[in-house]
Unconditional design. Sequence first.
Length: 106
Amino acid sequence: MKRIQLLLKILLLTMAVINLGANSSHAQNNSEETKVYLTQISCRELLKMPGEDRRLTLVFFHGFMSAKDNQMIVDRIQLREATDKITDYCIDNPDETLMNTFDEYR
């Protein structure tokens, strides 16, 4: 049962990122519209997302960074604090990329 829930969460996150790509200003042309360039998503784009899309995007990036750093254990309190720092930084620096912000505050 837990495995099914995990798979459903992964599916939801994937759908959120796909939706982000469809709405992103970074779609280059018709052949590129299905691609999401994670390194080009700006803080402004994150802040303009509807609440659930923003939450799922933050969760996705936390997961991405954990995988990138080969982390197998995460501290939920530290993630919440990092999310607050990332959000505050994005408010003050809307043109910064979300990837750079996560690199700095994660």
